[in-house]
Structure formats: structure tokens, C-alpha cells
Write a new protein. Sequence first.
Length: 533
Amino acid sequence: MTLLPRFVSDRAPRRVFYLGGHHLTVYEWRHGEPVGSSFFPADDQGLADFSRYLDDTRQVPAFFLVDVVEEEYRRDTLPHVYGRDRKQLIQHRSTRLFRDTPYWHMVFQGRERDGRRDDRVLYTAVSSPGLLRPWLGLVQEHRVPLGGIYSLPLLTRALLPMLAAGRGNALVVSLQSAGSLRQSFFQDGQLKLSRLAHLPAADGPGLTDAIVDEVEKLRRYLNSLRLVPREEGLDVYLLVNPDALEGDRDDFANTALTRYHIVDCAELAQRLGMEWPASLGFTDSLFALLLIRPRPRNHYGSSTDIRYYTLWRARLTMLAASVLMVVGSVVWSTVMVAEGISYQERSQYARQEAAFYRARYEQAKVALPPSPLDPEELKAVVEGAERLTHNKPFPSLAMRVLSEGLTSYPELRVDHLEWRADAGGEGAKGKAGAGRPRKPEGRHGVRAGRAQLAVVRGRVSPFDGDYRRALQRVKAFAEDLRGRPSVLDVSILTLPLDVGPGGSLTGDAGAPGEVRQADFALRLVVSDDPATS
């Protein structure tokens, strides 16, 4: 559970059903403070009153605390196993020890020092489940969120750190309601047994003598069980209201083997966060508060007993999650609204600034001399021309190379010219080679020194039919171009006369001579890259 649901759970109204055998007492808390108690006797009228009480307060979570004579304690040892084997072994042993009751609990108390080092365990159980069923039946009938069923002696262990009774033999004695005296024996911080005795003289002047007598009886019983050897000491912690023993404190005389410690319940209650009423002489509410905070692990309650409490906790968790989501949504919405207001203010400022500069522009536009074009159109034309200047090369280089070459060959006439700006790898087979370094890119992202491709188609004019001379002039022109610095490659596509193996000559021997046209075609690759020079 997250911190928020736990905090909400701690502050929510809660109560403890304290079963003392022949009666049930309800202790209630709201906002962490006690608000009162209700008493129900274990008879038909008491059960009917308890049912009406639950009907009015069925949504308040509760915890069931058992403090009855019919609670048994069995010390045992178990083989040290794990997992499913351990669960089955514990279940089998509990079934053998307590056949007639579902209200049992096992406490692990360390391991043996010798032999197989078996686990030492303590089984506790309510031997008479009929004491609990009438009350628990009503709790289930009204769907009260029951957090668990707890044993008061097992719960007493939580007081040992406050009593500084962690080691040795400690006997915690508390005066309960209805004249009962609860004695719980702990050895090295582990519960060994507990006894609930009735004090006939609980309200009379013999209270001190009755307590001392019951302590001595239990000590002799511990000696017989060899839990406390006769030569070992026993620390007795008496939890009572000091005012109830005023004048009788000296009767608790310490001996060599028995040492009494009078514990002020008001101080313990204060350390647990509760104000102790001065008129209260019993410790029932002290143990009830001990159950409330911090709440230990469930002892006797089954999954059926605590199912409504599980649903209540789940509902509380979902409610807390919903609250967190709502709060987060509100915070996020607030941030978004604030950011939206900020963007709106910035856009308003931007509109005002744009309007200011637009007005200044219109004023400056009026002062300009007359122009046949709108300034925006002129701007677009200038920017377009600048982009063309930097991004689109012109055929001037190819034209210049051709013009310089044709100066020496006046009989060659150019009829058609095809030009392409970026020849890519067209000139790789030329004299610069494929490994020629590239020039860096210009400021507009176009690489300087790109290759240009030109396909020149022309004829020999005038042509007198001398194909040999025409072929020589075309080849000489190609070699002249190939030797120029900016030329990457020159290849002859068409000659005036096809002299290749695939060509053919046709004609009539007796026919008059027919002079054909001597056409040629060249492929020229040029570049303005200095590396080609």
C-alpha cells in the first residue's frame, strides 16, 4: 500500500472488538484518538444489541482481540524444510494438535542448537471456537471490514522493547476487566505460555496479595516445566494503574529470584499515542491501542473472516489513486492554462510588433521612386536570379571550349548542340580519373566544379567527297579538344564515313558520282575544376 492510502487508513475511524470470555467490549478511535467504548454481555440480549450496533456502523473497519481462558499453547519442533513441504508439515501438525478448531496460529521461535537444528515453534489456538462464532457470525452477516483475529498474549510481545525485557525470563502481568489477571511468560523475547486467572478479591484490599499469590503459582508451574530453573531469577512486569496500588506497592517485595517492576500504564499509553484516563484501572484499552498501531500480522483470521477488510483496503487504495489522479490533473491543467495564457500574451505582442513594422514598411514604400513592378515582385525576381546564379551552372564553359577548338577547323560546322549541367560520373574515364578530388560545396549547397556534358552534331562543309580528309579533320578536332585543360573526356559518336567492321558501302559502278554529306557527332565532357588542369 502506498503512503497516502496508509495515512488515510490510520486517520479513518477504527475499532477493536475485545472478547474477554463472558463479554465483548468495543473500543473506538476517530482521527487517532479514543472516543469511547461499548459493553456487550455474552447472552442473547448482548448479541442482539451487538447486531443493532453493527447495523449502524457496518462500514467502520474493526479488529478482533481474543483474551480467553480457552486459549492453548503447544511448543514443538519441526524439521527445517522450505516451500510447499513446510506449509504441508505445519498444516498436518496443526490438524493433529487442534482437530476441533480453525482458530490456530504458529510462531517461529528460532532453531535448535544441536542435532538436525530443527525449527522451534509455538502453536496457539482457541480450543473452544464456539466462544467466537456467535460474534464473528454477526460481523460477517453485517459485512463489517474485519482486519484480523488476534491473540492478546501474542500481542503482548510488542510491549517488551518498551519494558526493556528483551533477554532473560520475563513475566508480563496485566489486570484485565471482570477481575481477570493475564500472565504471559517470555524467554529471550519469545512467548512460551500464558495464563488467565480470576481474582475474586480484585476490588478489595487483598488485590496485592492475590497478584503475588498468582505469580508464585505460575513460577512453580514454570519450574515444573523446566522452563525456569529454581536457581534462575524471574522479572515480573506489573501493568497497572499506579493509583490503584497506592499504599500497597511495598507488598511487592523483591527476592533473590523474583524482581517486581511496577509499570505505569499511563506512560505506556502515551508512548503509543493515547491519553490514559486516570480513573481507568484495567489494561484492556492499552492492548486494544497496541493492536491499532502498529497493527501486527493476522493471527487466527481466515481469508473468509477478513474478505470484507480486503475489499475495504482495495476500495481505499482506488479512492486514494483517484484523488492522486484528480490532483495531478488539476495541477497539470493549471500548468497548461498558465502556459496557454503565456503563449496568448506572446502572440498578442508578436501581432502588435508585426503591425508596427508593417506600418513602418508602408511609410517607407510611399517614399520610394515609382517602379513598374511591386517591391515584393522585385524581391522575388532578385532572389530567384541569385539562386540561379549560385545553383545553376551555364553552358559558357562548353561553348568556350568548342569555340576555341573550331577556330582551327573552319570547315567543321555545328548544327546541333545538346548540353547537360551535371554529368556525374560521365567523365570518370577521362584524364582526371575517378579518384580526382571533389571541390567543396558552395554556400547554396551546390558543389563547385561539376562536370558538364555536351553532345555536338555537325558536318564538314564544304565537302567535295573526300572522306579520307573529312575523317582526318574530325579525328584531329577530337584530339585537339581532348588536349585542353578543362576537358575530361572526348569521344566520337559518329564519323563522316562508317569504317567499322559493321559498316557497309553501296553504289552502282556505272552511275554518276553522288556526293554525300559528311556528318559527325562528338561527346564532350568538361569541368571548371582546377584539378583537371
